[in-house]
Write a protein that binds this ligand. Structure first.
Ligand SMILES: [Zn+2]
Length: 495
């Protein structure tokens, strides 16, 4: 049974405190505090959003409680509220200042003679992420409160402007589109869905991930967070949105962008703390809000797969079980090989491109398997000059084997006598010999008229290169070597 007359309906956009303030003016009370006390309600209970006091106030005012409850941020304990099934930490709510859109207040003022009854404090204005009036495209105006008393009609106390003065505020104010992050939060509170990746986390995680990513994308990874003002955070939300709204793929390309920018500055490799700067530092923050949401795992996976991370190292809260990438420096160190020589092999194998010229060995990365293969080949490397003896071959034969691609230099040296400086994988050398020995088996009582390779090229008038190619393709059938003899000089062919 309503005891208050006349009836003042709750407005779907306003906060319960705003409604209580309007009721207090309507019923001639000196302040909302005294009005609530008259109704047997402790003001702090209203500010904490206790269901019982909402019901009590609605019952007294003849108002459907559900509409009011829908706009009630209800305290769940330490610095945390629940609003429409969303957990909202106190840090996301504005409690220390008055925010308003002058054109919204002007519209309110036009509806009633007494602004104390007409002016509604919008629920959206109490969310920190909301910085722009969606109706009028105006940046909200902030008025600092001189004390912490929430139980005053703040839109009367802090906004003395009326009519023309409100229009002036609108004219000189900052006109802009609401940020997509703000729209996302308001849509989500209204029950609308998407983007999916953001919907899968708490509202706080979604907002914070977007803003923190936006901070480093907009201002750089080394920005001092203390230097970012209100508009900076708004800009960060706009900047981060283009990445987080695209979900995992968006996050990945944001990380990639930061990584490439860092490499252009000569940073990278093991130093992911520098590459991701404030984003990484934020994800390391401990405390009661250490659950940063899925962005933490995504960044960890990115670093694991794309940077030089030592096994056993602590990375964003977990030890690294295995590595995916080496830098040239860490690979050379681990394999015990010369880093510049290793680099030449990686270039030869196209694991490092010409774009990488000038980048340091500590930031150039290579896959674990391909890197280890290259380092192992270098460890087995034998110089060109030793090949004739090792393969029992003339120098021209060895040169032909290289031209034909049976032997591949690990890297190509610059300058004079460059072939002499080339290294070869001894495993490949052994493989060529094994194949040769299979094609030209040991033959007891080798016919004396069979000739050597060199004799064969002369008598059959065939270049050495072509002869070798025919032998390796299996076209030469009558070929062998004396028992116990090995290598190319041991071959005998039936011409
Ligand atoms: Zn407005």
């Amino acid at each position: 049974m309503a005891q208050l007359f006349p009836y003042l309906p709750f407005h779907e956009n306003e906060t319960p405190a705003s409604w209580a303030a309007r009721l207090s003016v309507l019923h001639g009370c000196p302040s909302p505090r005294t009005f609530l006390s008259d109704q047997g309600i402790a003001p702090s209970d209203l500010l904490h959003g206790r269901r019982a006091v909402i019901d009590r106030l609605c019952s007294a005012a003849g108002q459907d409680a559900e509409a009011v409850w829908r706009n009630t941020a209800s305290s769940t304990g330490y610095q945390s509220f629940v609003l429409r099934d969303e957990r909202i930490p106190a840090s996301m709510m504005v409690r220390e200042e008055t925010r308003f859109c002058p054109l919204c207040l002007l519209e309110d003022d036009c509806r009633a003679d007494n602004p104390g009854i007409a002016r509604q404090d919008r629920l959206s204005w109490s969310l920190r992420v909301v910085t722009t009036c969606p109706t009028h495209g105006l940046a909200l105006i902030h008025r600092a409160r001189d004390h912490r008393d929430n139980m005053r009609h703040k839109l009367l106390v802090h906004v003395p402007e009326r009519a023309e003065a409100l229009l002036d505020l609108a004219r000189t104010g900052l006109h802009r589109e609401p940020s997509p992050l703000q729209s996302y939060v308001l849509d989500r509170l209204d029950g609308r869905k998407g983007p999916e990746w953001l919907d899968g986390q708490t509202l706080e995680q979604a907002v914070k991930a977007t803003q923190m990513l936006g901070i480093v994308m907009a201002f750089g990874t080394s920005i001092n967070l203390g230097s970012i003002d209100r508009d900076g955070w708004d800009l960060a939300g706009r900047s981060g949105w283009q990445w987080t709204s695209a979900g995992k793929a968006g996050l990945h390309s944001a990380f990639d962008t930061l990584h490439v920018l860092a490499m252009d500055r000569g940073q990278g490799g093991q130093n992911y703390a520098t590459v991701f700067g404030q984003l990484h530092r934020w994800l390391l923050e401990p405390g009661d809000r250490s659950d940063h949401g899925p962005i933490k795992r995504l960044l960890r996976n990115y670093i694991l797969r794309n940077m030089d991370v030592c096994v056993g190292r602590e990375l964003l809260g977990e030890r690294v079980p295995r590595r995916h990438k080496y830098s040239i420096q860490s690979l050379a160190l681990e394999a015990g090989v010369h880093r510049q020589t290793l680099r030449k092999i990686l270039v030869e194998r196209r694991l490092i491109t010409h774009n990488d010229t000038g980048k340091s060995n500590s930031i150039l990365l290579v896959d674990v398997k391909q890197g280890q293969d290259a380092a192992a080949a270098l460890n087995r490397s034998v110089p060109f000059v030793t090949l004739p003896a090792r393969m029992n071959a003339t120098r021209p034969i060895v040169s032909c084997l290289i031209e034909l691609g049976y032997l591949t230099p690990l890297f190509r040296s610059q300058g004079e006598n460059k072939r002499d400086k080339c290294g070869f994988d001894s495993r490949e050398v052994d493989f060529v010999l094994d194949r040769l020995h299979d094609l030209a088996p040991e033959i007891p009582h080798l016919p004396v008229e069979w000739v050597t390779l060199t004799q064969c090229t002369k008598r059959a008038r065939i270049p050495m290169r072509d002869l070798l190619q025919r032998i390796f393709s299996g076209e030469v059938k009558n070929i062998g070597r004396a028992e116990g003899d090995q290598g190319f000089n041991a071959l005998r062919i039936d011409i």
